[in-house]
Unconditional design. Structure first.
Length: 584
């Protein structure tokens, strides 16, 4: 019973019922009635063949058309095109310019290699006349002095303003000569102007080239008889392809729109069909002499017709069966939703075949992936929280020891009022550090720093001068609590404490205006011992790195910079973009 639930078995049963039995019956009917309707069937077959060929050519040209839309589906390629166009004065030997060329070349290479074999090459020309060319079969370059922007076809493409432009058979005269392949082979092309989808600024032109041999490959197997002829010509009257040589007289009759074509040796029935995308005309000349011969091949024609129908049907059912494609499209939909972050998406179609099993396995994978992400996110939050509380506690031991020693000194000297104020400052400082909220207003952080520095001055006396200034405009700006304190502590412990001279620490917070907008600038500067940034101590690096990580975590667009010189002091600057939501 398991065999009967397999997808291949279902397709086999469906094929037998819907294709094989009707084909056998149709074969018998064609054999009986073909003689009486051969004339109408001949014309109908020609019409259907032209329609199918027109569709095949439209499909082929549509592939070229989609290739020209590649920048709109590949953000990296579009960014590289915009970069090359906007970086007019950039040195072409620079890494950024080289990287943009590499992205463009790689995207064209991958797209061509994944396309039809007859798609021969692609040319990208930005509107600064810089070209990137890739040929599927040969390593070739474009002519360095070729001026694309002066070409009529280039202007036609630009004037189309983003619409697809089909270029009839032409030579690639912009390619430098090479010997491994005949670069003078004619091609026909589809081209498109590439624009910035946001600013609509014109950036470049992308051209997909196909070898003219593709017409021969598509049309060479079409045979309406030894004396019949199949031709393709464009709106300018240029005959692009012909299965047999035809006289100028026959060509003139075709271009004049005649339906009955006559020559010295034979007469023909003309059937015409347009290829919509390229505005080409497909023409078949059905020979009257061949028509007379075909009446002797009734049975053979019927059999061949049925065989072609069966083969076509098999191919269609193999690739376009409703159940097969429907299940794959459902799996693809679920995968796309999950990729976009919708982890509630699930495969819902029933069944017991291989595709149904695959869909349910996909559901399990999405559920497990989401669960793993949730656990990982919770672990990251837990680690960050632990780091925050560790930062709160690390200011206590060393600082508290020195502060309490200072209290003993004030008590010994009888400075009761100073001792009282110092104790109140320490109490306020400890209360601030032990509060659980992780964000605070900038004025509260600076108030904390004033108390912290006052307690430090009790220890250093006249050896330490502190200058704290905060712009009124940024007092309500929210920052992570204790973001600035480690910088001030570093300045005092590592900058001022080792000095045999007096030192100062400057702490400032104010707003500045730049082209990108308003920015909060917080600076901590001292004139202390300074340090060599490349050989700084591990403790100092860890402290500064911790501040930097918390800053970037809170404000991804913020910057953190350090400038230090031995015996001249250290300056640390935090730059944080101000938005309406963040400024209160």
């Amino acid at each position: 019973m398991k065999f009967f639930s397999q997808f291949r078995y279902k397709i086999l049963i469906f094929f037998i019922i819907s294709i094989l039995i009707p084909s056998i019956l149709l074969s018998y009917a064609i054999t009986v009635f073909y003689t009486h309707s051969i004339s109408s069937q001949r014309n109908m077959l020609a019409e259907q063949t032209l329609t199918a060929l027109s569709g095949n050519l439209d499909t082929y040209l549509d592939d070229l058309n989609r290739l020209t839309q590649l920048p709109y589906t590949d953000n990296d390629l579009l960014d590289a095109i915009k970069f090359k166009y906007l970086a007019k004065n950039l040195d072409k030997a620079s890494y950024d310019y080289y990287n943009a060329d590499e992205i463009i070349d790689s995207s064209l290479r991958i797209s061509l290699n994944n396309n039809r074999q007859d798609v021969k090459s692609a040319l990208l020309v930005d509107l600064n006349n810089n070209a990137v060319f890739f040929d599927r079969y040969s390593e070739v370059d474009t002519k360095p002095d070729y001026n694309y922007l002066d070409q009529d076809w280039m202007q036609n493409i630009i004037n189309a303003d983003g619409k697809a432009v089909f270029i009839n058979s032409h030579l690639q005269d912009y390619i430098a000569p090479y010997t491994s392949r005949n670069n003078n082979a004619s091609v026909f092309s589809v081209a498109r102007l590439i624009k910035d989808p946001f600013t609509m600024k014109k950036l470049a032109v992308l051209i997909a080239n196909a070898d003219n041999n593709v017409l021969r490959n598509i049309l060479s197997n079409i045979n309406f008889g030894s004396s019949s002829n199949f031709m393709v010509y464009d709106t300018s009257g240029n005959f692009i392809y012909s299965t047999n040589n035809v006289s100028d007289d026959i060509k003139a009759q075709i271009l004049n729109g005649s339906k009955e074509i006559k020559s010295k040796k034979d007469s023909y029935l003309l059937i015409r069909k347009k290829v919509a995308l390229a505005d080409w005309n497909l023409v078949v000349l059905l020979s009257d002499s061949d028509f007379a011969k075909k009446t002797d091949l009734i049975n053979l024609t019927a059999v061949l017709f049925i065989l072609i129908e069966i083969i076509t049907a098999i191919a269609l059912f193999a690739f376009l069966g409703h159940s097969f494609t429907g299940r794959f499209l459902e799996i693809r939909r679920v995968m796309t939703k999950a990729k976009e972050g919708d982890f509630d998406a699930r495969y819902t179609l029933g069944g017991k075949d291989e595709l149904a099993v695959l869909g349910h396995d996909l559901n399990d994978m999405i559920a497990k992936t989401y669960d793993s992400m949730q656990k990982e996110q919770a672990a990251v939050i837990s680690i960050k929280t632990a780091e925050y509380y560790a930062l709160q506690s690390q200011i206590s031991p060393h600082f508290l020891y020195n502060t309490l020693n200072g209290f003993l000194g004030l008590n010994y000297l009888g400075e009761t009022e100073k001792l009282r104020k110092a104790i109140l400052s320490l109490t306020s400082l400890l209360r601030y550090t032990l509060e659980h909220q992780q964000w605070t207003r900038l004025e509260e952080e600076f108030s904390f720093l004033e108390k912290y520095c006052a307690l430090q001055k009790m220890r250093f006396t006249d050896r330490l001068a502190v200058d704290i200034k905060l712009d009124e405009y940024v007092r309500g700006f929210l920052i992570p609590k204790l973001l600035v304190q480690p910088l001030v502590e570093n300045a005092i412990i590592h900058g001022i404490e080792p000095l045999s001279r007096n030192g100062y620490v400057s702490i400032k917070g104010f707003s500045i205006k730049e082209e990108s907008g308003e920015i909060l600038k917080i600076s901590v500067e001292d004139n202390g011992a300074g340090f060599d940034q490349e050989s700084a101590s591990t403790n100092k690096q860890v402290g500064l790195k911790n501040v930097q990580e918390r800053l970037i975590q809170a404000f991804p667009k913020a910057t953190f910079s350090i400038t230090s010189h031995i015996n001249s002091g250290t300056q640390v600057i935090l730059l944080i973009p101000i938005t309406k939501e963040e400024h209160q």
